[in-house]
Design a binder for this molecule. Structure first.
Ligand code: PLP
Length: 372
């Protein structure tokens, strides 16, 4: 939720107006051309974007759906997950990861994170039972989970791996892209993701033709659009053609945006390295290429620091202040995860986006330093 707008902030958390201003000629052309052709549902623009996304991620198929949530839900259904199954995922994630499991009828088994704030492979091993059907690693903040160890557990027990890559587009582990390791990769194009559209959007990536075909039918009410046959009760969850047209334009810019994000993250690191009471995100060298979807610091006096930054016109966000299982209505048993509980007390996301300037990053650094 945005607390203030780009107009009133010295450094907004994201700047949608500047983002649009820079891309206006290309985006306007894509939008107007799509509208002029009357290409509204499942037309060439969607197919083009799906092809380009699959190429970028390095998989055979990409299927556009209406959100990251739907990417998760439909790929789990396509993998045959349902009532009686258990699905292991991280306690430090957006609620949609867990809701998607719940809506298949399976039981979410929520485990703790490691030093990288991503799912701890040792905790996954400990959580496997005879009912486990899948693991959902979440590549949080643009950093890929330890997919070597996750892959080992999965193949040892014959489990599906549904990667929650909502925050992971472009990030790699051992040079392989998020969304290319598992049974399926699930992306979100929510407007403030590193690749975002002008509303909700998502995609499933996979090398498995059966998964791709099942998701293509599930997103369209179960129908095979060539034959008109309904194969099951499905959903209305197609990526809008007009969003696909915009995403196809933006995907061309995406690698340069990642470079900028990484440069600005490096600037934060250098400027905040010696600040007491603040811990910087873990970097672990050669195996990973992070896209810095978010720059998340951990602060002992997080809420006071956040108020201090707000008073200086700097917008920050907290992902997430309360673990899912403390929201009573979700009816999730408390999995007793001390690391996740601690993250909820300490995490603070600083502004980081494709348009942020070095001057703005310097303003944030000075403001954090002035608090400490
Ligand atoms: C880790 C994670 N999983 C799932 C989602 C769900 O994506 P969407 O908002 O597109 O449904 C998001 C994004 O909001 C996310 O950050």
């Amino acid at each position: 939720m945005m607390a203030t707008s780009a107009v009133t902030c010295r450094v907004p958390f994201v700047d949608a107006r500047e983002h649009y201003r820079r891309l206006k000629p290309e985006v306007d052309h894509a939008l107007l051309d799509t509208l002029a052709r009357g290409d509204l549902v499942a037309r060439q623009q969607l197919r083009d974007f799906e092809r380009h996304l699959a190429e970028y991620v390095g998989v055979k198929y990409a299927v556009g759906v209406s959100s990251g949530y739907h990417a998760l839900h439909l790929s789990m259904l396509a993998a045959g997950i349902g009532p009686g199954d258990e699905v292991i995922t991280s306690g430090h994630t957006f609620v949609a990861t867990v809701s998607a499991i719940v809506h298949t009828g399976a039981r979410p088994v929520i485990v703790d994170v490691g030093d990288d704030d991503n799912i701890d492979p040792a905790a996954v091993v400990a959580a496997v039972t005879a009912r486990t059907r899948a693991i959902v690693p979440v590549h949080l903040n643009g950093r890929v989970c330890d997919m070597e160890r996750i892959g080992e557990v999965a193949s040892r027990h014959g489990l599906a791996v549904i990667e929650d890559s909502a925050q992971g587009l472009g990030a790699t582990f051992d040079r392989r892209m998020a969304g290319s390791f598992g049974t399926a990769g699930c992306f979100s194009f929510y407007p403030f993701k590193a690749l975002g559209c002008f509303g909700d959007g998502g995609a499933v990536t996979t090398d498995d033709p059966d998964i791709a075909q099942a998701v293509i039918r599930l997103r369209y009410n179960g129908e095979d659009r060539e034959t008109g046959e309904y194969h099951f009760h499905g959903y209305t969850a197609l990526l809008d053609n007009i969003q696909a047209a915009v995403l196809d334009v933006k995907l061309r810019h995406f690698p340069s945006w990642v470079r900028h994000r990484r440069a600005m993250a490096a600037m934060y690191r250098a400027g905040l390295a010696d600040v007491g009471g603040v811990r910087l995100p873990v970097v672990d060298g050669d195996r990973r290429f992070d896209t810095c979807q978010n720059f998340v610091i951990r602060a002992d006096r997080r809420d006071e620091l956040r108020a201090h930054l707000r008073s200086l016109g700097i917008e920050t966000l907290v992902h997430w202040a309360k673990p899912m299982w403390r929201h009573d209505a979700l009816q999730l048993p408390d999995p007793q995860l001390p690391r996740v509980e601690r993250l909820c007390r300490e995490v603070l996301s600083l502004p980081l986006y494709a348009e942020i300037t070095p001057d703005q990053v310097a303003v944030v650094i000075d403001a954090v330093r002035s608090f400490h």
